[in-house]
Write a protein that binds this ligand. Structure first.
Ligand SMILES: [Zn+2]
Length: 316
């Protein structure tokens, strides 16, 4: 009896220790305020931006950021964002594609056993239903190459897929996070790009995709080695920063707070760089309160973007 009590006490202490060191709220230290000046942009009047929901998963808020509740279930959207621009339409990420069932089986066993997914309409089918030719896209820009961001790539024919050299190496490596990208790779028209366009919002280098400041990509490795942030400045309304999985939910930037230890260990290649980015983005948000920071999987933030529908397409 005494042994059982001691075992229970030890298990309780271990559980409390795990909770304390992993899930307890622990906002990252922020070293003062920084000033950021919104860079000049001259987007064309016909530029549009819209979000397409392609699937979702559900997980406790506690899994997404330190301080999240264990009792609160959050929806993790698997979404893509369409940027229509006269110089060429771009998609940011793809969300789940038509073969998501087979794709899910390429993920680590721990993830398959602890999560499940819900299918929505693949992006390619939403575009077709709206009378648009998916193969006419100028390109897909990946925030990074994890499976839930590339699953839809298999549905697009020869559409170029923009990645950084570091992310291409990550895809070619034996990392368990890029099994799917590696499998799809031979059939993808990869477009490896660099950052020739100088500093942007405190990042040392950038690429201005259309040359008008409407879509500007900066290197932001940490979650994956060659991940990026994509800044979008539409002709009207707020600007957006598509931050991929640097944070899974907006609290990651707002607090700022990193993922719990177990999740960091599973999904981030460099947790220290992710911490630096979270703090930097938090400071940017303080200085530019109208800029909308968009974590790839936060449906509450995605709800602030115009939804894609047939009528939203720019006639041409
Ligand atoms: Zn990711």
């Amino acid at each position: 009896m005494r042994t059982i009590v001691i075992v229970i006490l030890l298990l309780g202490a271990a559980g409390a220790g795990l909770w304390y060191g992993t899930f307890r709220a622990q906002p990252l230290p922020v070293d003062g305020r920084l000033s950021f000046t919104p860079p000049r942009a001259a987007p064309p009047e016909t530029m549009r931006l819209s979000v397409l929901h392609a699937g979702r998963m559900e997980a406790w808020a506690a899994m997404a950021y330190r301080g999240g509740a264990l009792s609160e279930v959050r929806t993790f959207g698997m979404d893509a964002v369409l940027i229509e621009h006269p110089a060429g339409d771009l998609l940011i990420d793809t969300g789940f594609g038509r073969d998501v069932g087979a794709h899910f089986e390429t993920t680590p066993a721990l993830m398959q056993h602890t999560s499940s997914y819900i299918e929505e309409t693949p992006v390619v089918d939403q575009l077709r239903a709206a009378g648009r030719d998916p193969d006419a896209l100028a390109g897909v820009i990946l925030t990074h190459a994890h499976w839930d961001h590339v699953s839809g790539l298999a549905d697009f024919g020869d559409v170029p897929v923009w990645v950084t050299a570091e992310e291409m190496d990550f895809i070619a490596s034996d990392d368990p996070g890029t099994v799917l990208a590696r499998q799809l790779s031979p059939d993808i028209q990869w477009q490896v790009y660099d950052f020739p366009d100088g500093p942007y919002l405190g990042f040392p280098a950038s690429r201005d995709i259309h040359g008008d400041g409407a879509v500007v990509v900066v290197p932001a490795g940490g979650h994956t080695p060659g991940g990026v942030i994509i800044f979008v400045a539409p002709p009207r309304g707020p600007r957006y920063a598509f931050i991929g999985d640097i944070a899974w939910q907006r609290e990651g930037i707002a607090m700022p707070a990193e993922r719990p230890w177990l999740m960091r260990d599973m999904v981030d290649v460099d947790a220290a760089r992710v911490r630096d980015l979270l703090v930097r983005l938090h400071q940017m948000q303080q200085a530019l309160p109208t800029l909308i920071m968009v974590p790839a999987h936060d449906r509450r933030v995605m709800a602030q973007l115009p939804p894609f529908h047939a009528g939203a397409a720019t006639p041409r």
